[in-house]
Design a protein around this ligand. Structure first.
Ligand code: MN
Length: 419
């Protein structure tokens, strides 16, 4: 078990901070009307790395890396630059650093900063790689928990929309769309009545693969720059009517929220964990040499409008996944699809074996048939207007944690349409 690395930023040494020196996650922030810029979270502060680069305290490349408000340019420099930046940041922020006097004026309080999208999303793909989630959805939708015939062999996915991805704190309108009750003659148009979340991890691709060229699982593992929490908001009634035979479309396209800090694969390295035992042997191209998952505790919280506190409605762990992000990325590229810097891969909904570990309201309320009760005494099946949903995650070390920062979204009423 790795130990806390101490920083001269006192708040970074607390066992409760998500952002000790061991973490150093990458975000984009602004204060007041200032332009957004790249920053690194440390304790309850943000180090303004754009300013640090301007002052010559950080020199990763001959050309500036942080003159833009996103982290893609660092990713494009490759893993030597990733390692160099991380070790330089540790040097600047470690307890006893000789450069403290130069760095301290570049710290900004997180409490006074707004956070923005930390990277430009090139493309977004979402998977369906949680075994319990797939079994639950089968039981709910098709009357049987049996997995589809391909499920234990292929990391099933669909191509989503980069334009749908927004940073934590962005409000989401309840979508309008087509839905059809099983016994209805015709579909109808209107606001989704079965609005849901999906608790997922998002993997960010930091190195490209060439068009026409497959990659191995180990190469895929090296291509992953970092991770965020990801809420794949889902309109179950719209999805249920549209999804056969080509998969989700409007039921998923109205918003996908990510947490604001990119937690690097390096920061998570000490928390690697194996994928579950294979029920069917995977084809050889899907095997790699490293443990592909990470031991990250995850929570879903729900807070009705006006309630003074949020209720924890689900708690699980990333190790509940059946397929790793590296396996998914390998499978994505295996036929020759080029992968690009800034590609975002959703893990699929993460659900554990018991009801308290479910990662969607569809499962928690068993398709609306079993309402659950919040700490406020209110009950829910699906999301109501004004509800705020939060995803929270952290890998727990000995006296420290690698946290992600909350992934928050509030649901606004549907847009009035047609006007
Ligand atoms: Mn999903």
């Amino acid at each position: 078990m790795s130990q806390l690395k101490k920083s001269w930023v006192e708040s970074a040494n607390s066992p409760d901070t998500p952002f000790p020196l061991n973490n150093l996650p990458y975000g984009v922030f602004s204060v007041g009307d200032d332009e957004p810029r790249c920053g690194v979270a440390i304790g309850d502060m943000i180090l303004d790395v754009a300013a640090a680069e301007e002052l010559g305290l950080i020199e990763i490349s001959d050309d500036p890396v942080f003159d833009v408000p996103f982290w893609n340019e660092l990713m494009e420099l490759g893993s030597d630059a990733w390692v160099a930046l991380r070790s330089r940041l540790e040097q600047l922020l470690a307890e006893g650093s000789t450069e403290r006097a130069a760095v301290e004026p570049l710290l900004v309080a997180q409490a006074g900063a707004d956070l923005h999208m930390p990277f430009l999303v090139s493309e977004y793909t979402d998977f369906y790689a949680g075994r319990q989630h797939a079994a639950n959805m089968g039981a709910i939708l098709r009357g049987s928990p049996d997995l589809p015939a391909n499920w234990l062999h292929i990391p099933i996915g669909y191509n989503g929309r980069a334009s749908s991805v927004v940073v934590s704190g962005t409000d989401i309108h309840r979508p309008n769309g087509q839905r059809k009750a099983p016994d209805a003659e015709m579909p109808s148009f209107g606001p989704s009545a079965r609005l849901d979340i999906e608790l997922e991890m998002g993997a960010i691709v930091g190195k490209p693969s060439a068009f026409g060229q497959p990659i191995t699982v180990d190469e895929a593992d090296d291509m992953i720059f970092g991770y965020v929490l990801l809420n794949d908001w889902s309109a179950r009634d719209i999805q249920g009517w549209e999804y056969q035979p080509l998969g989700p479309f409007q039921g998923k396209a109205f918003g996908t929220s990510i947490s604001p800090w990119i937690v690097t694969a390096s920061a998570l390295e000490a928390f690697r964990a194996p994928t579950p035992k294979r029920e069917k042997e995977l084809l050889p191209y899907l095997s790699g040499s490293k443990d592909g998952l990470y031991d990250i505790d995850l929570q879903v919280l729900m807070q009705p409008e006006g309630a003074d506190k949020a209720s924890v409605v689900g708690e699980t762990n990333y190790t509940r996944m059946y397929y790793s992000a590296a396996e998914q990325l390998c499978h994505h590229a295996i036929g020759g699809c080029a992968m690009n810097v800034g590609d975002l891969l959703g893990s699929g909904t993460i659900s554990g074996p018991t009801k308290t570990e479910y990662g969607s309201l569809m499962e928690m309320s068993w398709a609306g048939r079993e309402p659950f009760t919040l700490d406020t005494g209110e009950t829910r099946t699906f999301i109501e207007d004004g509800d705020t949903l939060t995803l929270r995650g952290a890998a727990k070390g000995d006296g420290f944690q690698i946290g992600f920062g909350d992934c928050v979204g509030t649901i606004l009423p549907a847009v009035n349409w047609p006007k």
